[in-house]
Design a protein around this ligand. Structure first.
Ligand code: T1G
Length: 694
């Protein structure tokens, strides 16, 4: 077993160092070695105090999540370590840096003193993985900082700063300078005074009744079925036990609830989402020791909503940006949008006025495209006109400095063609941002047939620097997300023509867990935008030879109903509030009659969900078959971070496993039988059908 926990004796202090890169997760090996060393130090007459710290970038950042899938946690359980710490006769100090999370904070809570550097942060994020603190956190934290603050931390899973932790009593001291030295001095003083350990588990505690009432009120709000609240309910209920029943009984209750949560579909989905996001950053079969390109400055062509949002994404990460547009009026609107966005953030207390000014100053605007020449990365973000984009890439091939990376923000056009136009195809790829680009975290990185490996690797690394979650897509219509969206929107429109209302369709899918149903989504993004993509694709001959295909969005567009921006689309709008609109329903009925669509009054929410989601999932299987996505998890990442798919369902591909592929196949076969399948809408991909015989 590798040596992950070591001890050094420094005067009267036994300094224990955990070194389990990358985040000092509390794996079985760490637990075995830590417990053994603590027992050794307790017996060592030359040691009067113990200091626990971690090497690398952070103090222990939690249990090893990969152990959750084991039938049971390999011994020793963290509670065994914590119980030994409770029993030690010598004071034990935890010295923390980085992000002390989950089991790491629970270890620190079992120590007798807690100190940290000023940049350290602390949290119990277990609910974000669909579980609860399972090593005493629900019982020790309220004893240290009170029930209300403990419930807030445990229920939100959010981190607190060192200053907040000091203020709440979570920390005994924030140490300046070198943490190791300062913590050693702090511990030496304790060794000298022998204050004796302070054990939270034995501290008499009864929660303030008002705080208890507040926690119960929160619990009542959490008792809505589904929608991912299971772990939060269990976490709050466990925390409410603190002080109500003996500590050991409460610890057992906590452990039982942890196992209950760990074995739910919700937790498995959230753990899948956690690892899928990180795996998506990895590009398979990259040549060894690639030299990445340097990206320090950015140029953006096109100062519309997307270009301006992309510019702010980079400015937010500290990159100087030149935002170029031929039209000065558009640039003026862009400058106003930047100011409005940052002023709003200042007004909401999300950033200081100085920070807002600093970020705004990073964005320079110009009509002169030669200002882009020296930029390390140039992103084209003009509207979806292929000829204009081709001309831009021909121009960039002439003016961009050698080695600069050239990217297109296109959402559907063939980036291979743009690469060819540039005359430097190895430098070109797609960077598909999602609106609003300075908020949505997803970035589809579109690798062309010719994209150089180091260019792809450079942009994947850059994505993390601008706080984006990146997934690689090959070149196809719609890449990963929008391609899968097609079948989903197609069925939503057919349901409208069959008599389902926009509100019923949206509510059915939003109750299932999607952030926003298809009709509200298109009204917000723009019926005109969606219709133009369909019209372009029909012109290009890429659509089925079916006159009813997406006929609703095209008709709404033709009737001037462009969505929120015109006050009516699938809905009528009172401000931003969507209201059922009889004139829209009349359009759906008219189209239904025109195309002979059978009107129905028996459409259920389950049918809406299956009819919309299963074609979306089936397209995901085809995307994998074609190698457009490297792995199923990447497809899940796209939908979790770009389309409001509920994290507690793990993404469309994970959800297919949860539902059972055989059930999806059966439903698709049923729809094909009931509705006919002349255009192959209900064809079952081989890899999905094959799963039945696997
Ligand atoms: N277990 C296993 N692997 C982990 C891990 C963990 N807890 N945390 C990170 N990794 C891997 C991650 O997959 C990636 O691997 C690498 O480390 C770097 O991570 C009993 C039950 C700490 C803020 O939920 O939030 O304790 O891709 O890319 O951006 O009550 O990692 O390199 O192969 O995210 O600098 C509670 C989860 C667990 C923290 C660092 N703890 N981790 O972010 O690096 S449950 C958490 C994070 C628990 C107890 C309960 C972040 C980070 P690879 P990274 P980062």
């Amino acid at each position: 077993m590798a040596e992950l926990v070591t001890v050094a004796r420094k005067g009267p202090v036994g300094v224990v160092t955990i070194n389990n890169p990358p985040v000092n997760a509390s794996s079985q090996a760490v637990r075995v070695q830590l417990l053994a060393l603590l027992k050794e130090l307790e017996q060592d007459g030359n040691v009067s105090a113990v200091l626990i710290c971690c090497a690398g970038r952070t103090f222990m950042a939690g249990a090893d999540i990969t152990e959750f899938d084991l039938p049971e946690l390999p011994a020793p359980h963290p509670n065994e370590i914590h119980a030994f710490l409770d029993s030690m006769s010598k004071p034990v100090v935890a010295a923390m840096h980085g992000t002390t999370l989950g089991a790491g904070l629970e270890l620190a809570l079992s120590c007798h003193y807690r100190v940290a550097g000023s940049g350290a942060r602390f949290g119990l994020p277990e609910v974000k993985l669909g579980v609860i603190p399972g090593a005493g956190g629900t019982q020790r934290l309220p004893r240290l900082i009170g029930l209300q603050k403990a419930v807030a931390m445990i229920d939100s899973g959010e981190m607190v700063s060192a200053a907040e932790a000091l203020d709440s009593g979570l920390l005994d001291a924030v140490l300046e300078g070198d943490l190791a030295d300062a913590a050693l001095q702090y511990t030496e003083k304790l060794a000298g005074t022998h204050p004796g350990p302070r054990v939270l588990a034995y501290r008499p505690y009864s929660a303030d009744t008002a705080q208890q009432a507040a926690a119960k009120e929160l619990l009542a709000r959490l008792h809505r079925p589904g929608r991912g609240g299971h772990a939060r309910r269990q976490a709050v209920e466990a925390t409410l036990q603190a002080g109500q029943i003996p500590f050991d009984a409460a610890l057992e209750d906590e452990g039982r609830r942890f196992v209950l949560c760990r074995d739910t579909d919700e937790s498995r989905a959230l753990r899948h989402a956690f690892f899928a996001e990180r795996a998506a950053a990895r590009i398979p079969n990259l040549p060894a020791n690639l030299t990445l390109r340097t990206i320090q400055t950015v140029g953006i062509i096109g100062s519309g909503t997307m270009g301006t949002g992309i510019a702010m994404s980079f400015a937010n990460a500290g990159f100087p940006v030149v935002l170029q547009d031929l039209n000065e009026q558009t640039l003026e609107r862009a400058r106003k949008q930047v100011q409005t966005t940052y002023n709003a953030a200042v007004a909401k207390g999300r950033m200081s006025a100085e920070e807002a000014a600093r970020r705004s100053a990073l964005i320079q605007t110009t009509v002169d495209d030669t200002q882009l020449a020296g930029r390390d990365l140039i992103i084209e973000a003009v509207f979806e006109d292929f000829e204009i984009k081709k001309a831009i890439f021909r121009r960039l091939g002439e003016i961009a400095r050698p080695g600069a990376i050239l990217a297109s923000n296109t959402s559907s056009l063939d980036v291979n063609v743009l690469a060819e136009c540039s005359g430097r195809a190895g430098d070109v790829l797609g960077m598909h941002f999602f609106s609003p680009a300075h908020i949505m975290r997803l970035l589809e990185v579109v690798r062309c047939d010719t994209t150089a490996p180091e260019v792809l690797a450079t942009i994947m690394q850059l994505a993390k620097r601008i706080n984006k979650v990146a997934a690689v897509s090959g070149v196809c219509f719609g890449f990963i997300g929008n391609r899968m969206l097609e079948g989903y929107l197609r069925e939503a429109e057919f349901l409208l023509m069959e008599g389902a209302t926009p509100a019923f369709i949206d509510q059915s899918l939003e109750e299932w867990g999607l952030a926003m149903g298809p009709c509200r989504m298109i009204d917000m993004a723009g019926v005109d935008v969606a219709a133009k993509v369909v019209i372009e694709q029909r012109k290009a001959g890429n659509l089925p030879d079916d006159d009813t295909y997406r006929i609703v969005v095209q008709t709404l567009f033709e009737r001037g109903r462009h969505g929120q921006k015109t006050g009516q689309g699938y809905y009528r709008y009172e401000g931003r509030k969507p209201v059922e609109d009889e004139s829209a329903l009349e359009i759906f009925r008219e189209l239904g009659q025109k195309y002979g669509v059978k009107q129905r009054n028996d459409i259920t929410a389950q049918e809406v969900v299956e009819r919309c989601l299963y074609p979306l999932i089936a397209e995901g299987y085809r995307i994998l078959e074609e190698g457009i996505a490297y792995r199923a998890g990447d497809i899940d990442v796209v939908w979790l971070h770009g389309y409001g798919f509920p994290a507690y369902r793990g993404g469309p591909m994970f959800h297919a496993q949860t539902v059972g592929e055989h059930k999806i196949v059966a439903a698709m076969e049923r729809f094909a039988a009931e509705r006919g399948n002349p255009y192959g809408y209900w064809d079952i991909p081989q890899s999905l059908a094959k799963a039945l015989t696997a």
